[in-house]
Design a protein around this ligand. Structure first.
Ligand SMILES: Nc1ncnc2c1ncn2[C@@H]1O[C@H](COP(=O)(O)OP(=O)(O)O)[C@@H](O)[C@H]1O
Ligand SMILES: [Mg+2]
Length: 301
């Protein structure tokens, strides 16, 4: 953990704003992501979750407010500087990488390799070959960790949605990540692979000390992985707590809804307690939010 204590603050967001013209997409959000946590971030479509991620990760400049990482002010730093500090936000596979193999995609992640950045001279060839071998070894370890070794030589463009998400996660493992931001990691992913992604996140957290902040609509997934869960609505933090407490929180249910969902959640909670255990029932906040939001697809902007 390179000197960072568990339980200390990895990321602190203070009164953050990001406005688009007069529209306040993030409107005074304050939150803390503790070192060693898998923090969930949920909220209806249009709540400002992705915008918040983009500001933290340096993709968008804040209108106002402050972000610190392990106490250091990182507000407005560009993504490559944050990347070198170990703050990573996964991105959808760029189109131009889809014709490269899965292994090559991992080997492209900037790190110590000198093949592209240094003079590719005759004198350096031996060293470059050595670094390439080391990179290849690392890529293969990552693929094994993620249980997708069998697609190492497959073109990335041919992967299923879930395998692509695993590859995106894999890219964070090619460098020394400390905190990883995942936006809608479950979108378009089948149940089995979502389980694999969840397992990989938990293992990276437990075995490698990664801190995560995860945006996801699937409340099963959030409930299994995340503690705490932070809820955003209308650009602000509305609530924070365990997944269970969040799902029973009136204000949260109100934010998602319309009373239709409120009644549905209440009915499902009643049904669950009638069974005396959770048996995989999903309150389905995501599905409802998707329909009741601003009419846009749930995907990244
Ligand atoms: N670049 C932009 N220009 C104008 N409005 C934007 C832009 N990005 C996001 N928004 C608006 O900000 C609000 C929050 O968006 P977003 O952060 O994507 O929400 P979420 O990820 O919670 O669904 C939405 O109403 C969206 O339309
Ligand atoms: Mg979003």
């Amino acid at each position: 953990m390179q000197g960072m204590k568990l339980g200390s603050d990895m990321i602190q967001v203070h009164d953050l704003h990001r406005h688009f013209g007069g529209f306040r997409a993030v409107d005074g959000a304050s939150l803390t992501i503790e070192t060693g946590s898998i923090t969930g971030l949920i909220g209806p479509n249009g709540a400002g979750k992705s915008t918040l991620f983009n500001v933290i990760a340096g993709v968008l400049k804040p209108t106002a407010g402050r972000v610190t990482m392990a106490g250091e002010d990182i507000t407005g730093l560009p993504p490559h500087e944050l990347f070198h500090k170990g703050l990573l936000r996964t991105f959808q596979l760029a189109h131009e990488f889809s014709s490269m193999t899965v292994r090559e995609n991992l080997m492209m992640v900037p790190g110590g390799q000198c093949g592209e950045t240094l003079l590719n001279t005759w004198l350096r060839r031996g060293r470059i070959r050595e670094e390439e071998r080391a990179l290849r070894r690392k890529a293969d370890e990552v693929l094994e960790f993620l249980t997708i070794s069998h697609v190492a030589d497959e073109k990335a463009g041919n992967l299923s949605g879930g395998q692509k998400k695993l590859l995106e996660l894999g890219r964070t493992m090619m460098v020394d990540a400390k905190v990883v931001f995942l936006d809608e990691v479950g979108a378009g992913v089948n149940r089995t692979l979502l389980g694999t992604i969840g397992d990989a996140i938990v293992r990276l957290n437990k075995e490698r000390g990664y801190t995560f902040c995860v945006i996801e609509h699937d409340m099963d997934f959030i409930g299994r992985l995340c503690d705490p869960v932070i809820v955003m609505a209308a650009g602000k933090v509305l609530a924070e707590g365990s997944a269970d407490s969040i799902m029973k929180n009136e204000a949260v249910i109100e934010a998602y809804l319309g009373t239709g969902l409120k009644n549905k959640v209440a009915a499902e909670l009643a049904e669950e307690s009638a069974f005396g255990e959770s048996h995989g029932a999903q309150p389905g906040l995501g599905a409802e939010a998707g329909q009741g939001g601003d009419g846009k697809p749930a995907g990244d902007l």
